[in-house]
Design a binder for this molecule. Structure first.
Ligand code: SF4
Length: 223
């Protein structure tokens, strides 16, 4: 079904059958971040897509998974289920069919690491590629799994944005506190995507543009 006009009502009409508020598409929508909702419903260019209920990092302070202070309200909840490839397709295709410059972005905010769901995302990207010829597919990630990035690039991923707070491994590790990957994996993920023709970018979480900071970034970017 093609989405003719924008708005929440129009979007819901595109979500197939099922009954009261619990179609897979609706289920995913309820986890969309507050900043992401207007982006989706008001004629979006980019569509944020929550896709993972877990993360393999434990970022200091910003991690929803470690948030203990109940007085702080998060702008979005982490998924409590693993979406299937069919749910991902159902949620993304209306946007890809109708937005003027359609972009689907897996991963948003501190909502879990999409590369942990790479098999599902790969299946969805392949199916989306069979349905559509236009649109761009992006992943916002911590870059922890270069092999998964390679598999997604082979499936049709167009771009990758990797988050880091530093170009230095020791500073990165202290903040991200990774479980099962290292700083070298995030560098390799960017390298793999770039070498396979993808658009790569870095989400640099901390500001600071002193000479020393820039010098640290030079070898990182050279890689
Ligand atoms: S890597 Fe991203 S999703 Fe994971 S804890 Fe850090 S900010 Fe949250």
């Amino acid at each position: 079904m093609i989405l003719k006009s924008r708005g929440v009502g129009s979007f819901f009409k595109c979500l197939p059958q099922i009954t009261i508020g619990q179609t897979p598409g609706r289920k995913l929508l309820s986890y969309l971040s507050l900043p992401g909702r207007p982006q989706l419903f008001s004629g979006p260019v980019g569509m944020p897509h929550p896709s993972s209920p877990a993360c393999n990092a434990n970022c200091v302070d910003v991690s929803l998974s470690t948030l203990k202070r109940k007085t702080i309200v998060s702008p979005q909840d982490r998924l409590t289920f693993k979406p299937t490839a069919q749910e991902v397709i159902e949620y993304t295709v209306p946007h890809l069919q109708t937005a003027p410059f359609p972009i689907v972005s897996f991963g948003q905010g501190c909502e879990g690491e999409p590369l942990l769901m790479w098999e599902t995302i790969r299946e969805a990207i392949i199916e989306i590629g069979n349905i559509l010829t236009s649109g761009s597919i992006n992943i916002n990630t911590n870059g922890s799994n270069p092999k998964a990035v390679e598999a997604l690039m082979n499936a049709g991923l167009d771009s990758i944005r990797v988050s880091t707070n530093s170009a230095r491994e020791d500073v990165y590790a202290k903040y991200y506190r990774p479980n099962n990957y290292t700083f070298h994996d995030i560098v390799q993920s960017l390298k793999t995507a770039g070498e396979m023709g993808g658009w790569t970018s870095i989400n640099y979480s901390f500001s600071g543009y002193g000479r020393i900071v820039l010098l640290n970034w030079m070898p990182f970017c050279a890689n």
